[in-house]
Design a protein around this ligand. Structure first.
Ligand SMILES: Cc1ncc(COP(=O)(O)O)c(C=O)c1O
Length: 426
């Protein structure tokens, strides 16, 4: 990629971009708002607006309870089959259900019970706190027979392979990691770590929240046992859209969920008084699925499938490289440092830029008054501004405008007008 900071070069990159037209599939009303937070909450697809109108007015309003037999009941597995294509697994190995944290709970308990006599869960200090809380709660629930060991990082950005090797041993029951770290975007070699887990006799459980829709995944090829992930980030499923759960086919009958809801039973509508688990992935269901949220997810998945993960990843790498280049030219001289791996092979689709005034700069970006361009990234303590690049709808021009605006805020010290008192959601 030839390197220049001119805006016309960003325009040129957009003109050459074969995925640029996907931006038109999304509701983007304010040309002065640059949205770089698709790694927290993806944008609204236009088609979702139509689908939700139909879901509420016709399906719920007119079809009422008949909707269940007219398709609602199959949504968790149908949507699961679409996600299966994005993560490289079989259609009957994925189910859309609940939240990531809940799915993680089900799988962590099931996995530990499948490895009796082993006392360790290996995770890392980059993991999303909810994941670590779930593991701590699971250990408590199972009578404090297990230890949670967190692989350390020396530089707060990466975890070296030797540190992973050192943590996994013959006492390890479960290796449970987030594939792309929420703060630095560090990405594990999933195949390699899964192999290490298997060589030690442990199961491997991956959190794909920051990977699905951002990087190509081949879980079957990589031998992965278990995975969970959310759909509201790069998959654009909407606020609180349901998560997914993957259980490799040969493990489906060996593992048992700790939540024996009626939808997990072999025949929910027989209303038997004793629980018999379904003999497929359905045993990881719990209760009635949130149909409106499920219906909202479908158009978003279709767009991602149509664009294709390989093409999306290629664009994402070009965009994050471009972002880093502009940061090197404009922001590093102002005290910023890179909080993500420099090698694109080792990172997902967001870039963290670190600065001592990151929180107030972030607020100045978000709260700017017109005619200034408004930029929405997010802030992660202690000093990271996370810039999420969603190649489905972010343009190279977005990136140019956002980095230029950060430069302006810091050069003119515009952040001085904002309080450093933290808001509830950052
Ligand atoms: C990596 C990761 N894991 C887990 C979660 C929690 O997901 P949920 O709120 O769906 O339980 C998040 C939320 O952002 C996340 O980023």
């Amino acid at each position: 990629m030839p390197k220049t900071t001119s805006l016309s070069y960003a325009h040129q990159l957009d003109q050459q971009d074969s995925l640029a037209h996907f931006r038109e599939r999304f509701v983007i009303e304010d040309p002065n708002l640059i949205y770089l937070d698709g790694n927290s909450l993806g944008r609204l697809p236009k088609r979702t607006v139509e689908v939700m109108g139909d879901a509420v007015e016709r399906q719920w309003g007119q079809r009422l309870i008949r909707g269940w037999n007219e398709g609602w009941i199959h949504k968790p597995t149908e949507l699961g089959a679409k996600i299966a294509r994005l993560i490289g697994v079989q259609p009957d190995e994925v189910l859309v259900s609940e939240a990531t944290s809940i799915n993680l709970f089900k799988l962590a308990v099931a996995a530990l019970r499948a490895r009796p006599g082993r006392g360790k869960i290996v995770s890392d200090m980059f993991n999303f706190p909810s994941d670590l809380y779930i593991f701590q709660g699971v250990i408590d629930l199972l009578g404090n027979q297990h230890q949670l060991e967190l692989i350390p990082s020396q530089d707060s950005i990466t975890i070296p392979p030797q540190a992973v090797e050192a943590a996994i041993d013959a006492d390890t029951a479960l290796v449970a990691l987030t594939h792309v770290a929420f703060k630095s975007a560090f990405m594990y070699d999933m195949r390699r770590v899964t192999n290490l887990a298997h060589q030690a006799g442990a199961l491997a459980l991956w959190d794909l929240c920051h990977s699905v829709g951002a990087v190509p995944l081949e879980l079957n090829q990589w031998g992965v046992d278990l995975a969970v992930g959310c759909t509201y980030k790069y998959l654009n499923g909407g606020p609180g859209s349901p998560a997914f759960i993957y259980v490799r086919r040969d493990l489906q009958q060996q593992l048992i969920s700790p939540m024996w809801g009626w939808f997990a039973s072999a025949r929910p509508f027989d209303f038997n008084l004793d629980f018999t688990p379904a003999d497929d992935i359905s045993r990881f269901r719990v209760g009635t699925p949130p149909i409106l949220s499920m219906l909202a997810l479908e158009p978003a998945l279709d767009i991602t499938l149509e664009a294709g993960m390989e093409r999306l990843r290629r664009k994402s790498v070009r965009q994050t490289e471009y972002l880093i280049y502009l940061a090197e030219q404009w922001l590093y001289p102002l005290g910023f440092t890179l909080g993500s791996p420099r090698d694109p092979e080792m990172r997902g689709s967001h870039i963290s830029l670190r600065h001592p005034e990151a929180y107030r700069i972030n607020r100045a970006l978000i709260e700017a008054l017109p005619p200034a361009v408004r930029v929405i990234p997010d802030f992660r303590a202690p000093d990271n501004i996370r810039l999420g690049v969603a190649p489905l709808y972010n343009s190279f021009t977005d990136i140019h405008r956002a980095i230029e605006r950060i430069m302006e805020i810091v050069e003119k010290k515009l952040y001085n007008s904002y309080s450093s008192e933290r808001q509830m959601i950052t």
